[in-house]
Ligand binder design. Structure first.
Ligand code: HEC
Length: 387
């Protein structure tokens, strides 16, 4: 069956079309900007309550005057590379409850008594105005990472993700991802898979095909700066090469170099609901060894934060994964993945996600897998910081 002649093929095309059109419609449907008057009010708050430590310009008061040793993570609010990855809600939490609420120094006091919630929102708007370059993608659009669907936001992250077969032959794969940002909108990425498999009652292990890639943000915009209900969208393109580092005879590699490309489009709605989509292709150099493949992944999720929206984040998600070899008579393989991501450290820079990947059609040879990852956003803090 070719894709154009099947019901699944048509369904997939409709699904792709819908997933891209709905967010675009929402994207142009709203634009609320009360930012500048807030920032003006916030400047007054900053001058009276914060400048003594953070300096009149937001870069920090000179050591001799401030009277405290600057923590390694002490912010320079004019440095966009430091501030843009932090969502407003993080700052609101720290200003309201003090540094220790996110595992920062207790030199940063709590302002829950001294300032109203409104005043804190104003001062956050003022702090935002200190980064003058609007091209840095905002941390609000850094949506919870799904187990399979790649996100559009560029990251400084290490992720160790393991899928274990729950049915069929015992075995699994652990992916070690390293992601690192550079410049305003770019990120490089390395993915080293390690396979372990029981083949006829003997266990074999070995690395699989390693991916090296580059991601670039093409477009990003916050439609609403609302601290608890932000919304916005982000689009990125990815290009990479998958090297044949895996042992083909063991089934751990394809035996040929493959080019991978995808687009990732993510939309955050004001209800803290989000949709992440990824549409791409794997193009092997030798198509007689491995077929070309197209894939379309979607993650739909909802975040719930404890402590009136400022605390630990729980993000249930549901992924739909579709992949199809570009050969005659191939079928589109569909998988679904229900999962739950949760932040572990107070700083929320260590997170875990657990889910089950269930093939829904063409199930022969495709196992149900339990998938789990641990994620470390190393830009936000060291492993032992932020607890
Ligand atoms: C007594 C000194 C002091 C005062 C007053 C103070 N801060 Fe801080 N603030 C700090 C220190 C020190 C840190 C760094 C904590 C760390 O990195 O461990 C900090 C961190 C922060 C952060 C965290 C940034 C991040 O990395 O997420 C924010 C936001 C912040 N301050 C905002 C404010 C605001 C707004 C005010 C005024 C309403 C204020 N601070 C008043 C000392 C102070």
């Amino acid at each position: 069956m070719r894709i154009r002649s099947t019901g699944t093929g048509r369904a997939m095309i409709w699904f792709v079309a819908l997933a891209f059109c709905v967010p675009l419609a929402v994207m142009f449907g709203q634009d609320v900007n009360r930012g500048s008057s807030r920032a003006q009010a916030g400047e007054q708050v900053f001058k009276s309550a914060c400048a003594a430590c953070h300096g009149p310009d937001g870069r920090g008061t000179a050591k001799e005057i401030a009277g405290f040793e600057r923590p390694r993570t002490f912010p320079d609010f004019t440095a966009c590379d430091q501030t843009s990855p932090e969502p407003n809600v993080t700052w609101k939490d720290v200003i309201t409850h003090g540094g220790p609420t996110r595992g920062f120094s207790d030199i940063m006091p709590s302002f829950s008594e001294a300032l109203t919630s409104e005043q804190i929102d104003d001062v956050v708007a003022y702090l935002r105005s200190l980064c003058r370059n609007p091209h840095w993608p905002r941390g609000e659009l850094n949506l919870p990472r799904a187990l399979v669907t790649e996100k559009a936001f560029p990251e400084d992250e290490v992720v160790i993700s393991t899928g274990m077969n729950a049915t069929g032959a015992p075995g699994g794969t652990t992916h070690i991802f390293h992601e690192q940002r550079f410049g305003v909108r770019n990120q490089i990425e390395v993915d080293v898979p390690v396979n372990f498999q029981d083949q006829n009652h003997t266990w074999y292990g070995g690395i699989g095909d390693t991916t090296l890639g580059l991601k670039r943000v093409m477009f990003s915009k916050l439609q609403s700066e609302s601290i608890l209900r932000p919304s916005g969208s982000i689009l990125s393109l990815f290009g990479g090469v998958i090297l044949p580092t895996g042992n083909k005879a063991r089934g751990f590699g394809t035996g040929t170099t493959t080019f991978e490309t995808f687009a990732a489009f993510d939309q955050l709605f004001p209800t803290n609901t989000f949709i992440q989509t990824q549409f791409g292709a794997d193009l092997p150099r030798h198509t007689d060894i491995a077929p070309q493949l197209i894939f379309f992944n979607t993650a739909i999720g909802q975040s719930f934060a404890a402590n009136h929206g400022l605390g630990r984040l729980w993000s249930p998600m549901f992924e739909f994964l579709a992949a199809r070899d570009l050969v005659d008579n191939a079928k589109t393989n569909w998988d679904v993945v229900p999962e739950m991501q949760v932040t572990i450290s107070k700083r929320q820079h260590i997170r875990a996600n657990l889910g089950v990947r269930v093939p829904v059609n063409n199930t022969s040879g495709r196992q149900i897998q339990v998938v789990f990852y641990l994620l470390w956003d190393w830009f936000d803090g060291r492993l032992n910081e932020g607890w």
